[in-house]
Design a binder for this molecule. Sequence first.
Ligand code: SF4
Length: 156
Amino acid sequence: MGACMLNLVEYDIVFQEVPTEVSLALTIAGCPVKCRGCHRADTWNPNLGNPLTEAVLQQLLQQYQGLISCVLFMGGEWQPKALLTALKQVNQAELKTALYTGLEQIDPKIQAQLTYLKTGPWIRELGGLDQPTTNQKFINCHTGETLNHLFHREAG
Ligand code: SF4
């Protein structure tokens, strides 16, 4: 499909990526950040998967109605218009929204539609959100609060 479409590679129900939420995670094809050691380098090709049309998203929201509290976009900010439309659709369904991006910041118009946002590329030496050394940040967009501590394993 055309250049202004999100392509959905796969979807899954996840519990840890967005703490305190049960999320429908949508993996979007074509991440341009290209971190060294990316665990999903197989999804970098923007032509993978199928177009995430309004109808496809609606069908998924119906399928998981009552079972999820949040929809997590694993990327997609490289198609800002399409992502914005999809986020509005999720908000209209009265679900929370989350985005995992490898960028340090995103279009404020997109951020305004988000409940949660994870920013920052994957840098192996620094580790992910469960490491105190990480460069990545997970925030509540409504309160501005950083929620990285929710990813840390119990201190023992
Ligand atoms: S931002 Fe995420 S998906 Fe994109 S290259 Fe980096 S680790 Fe991979």
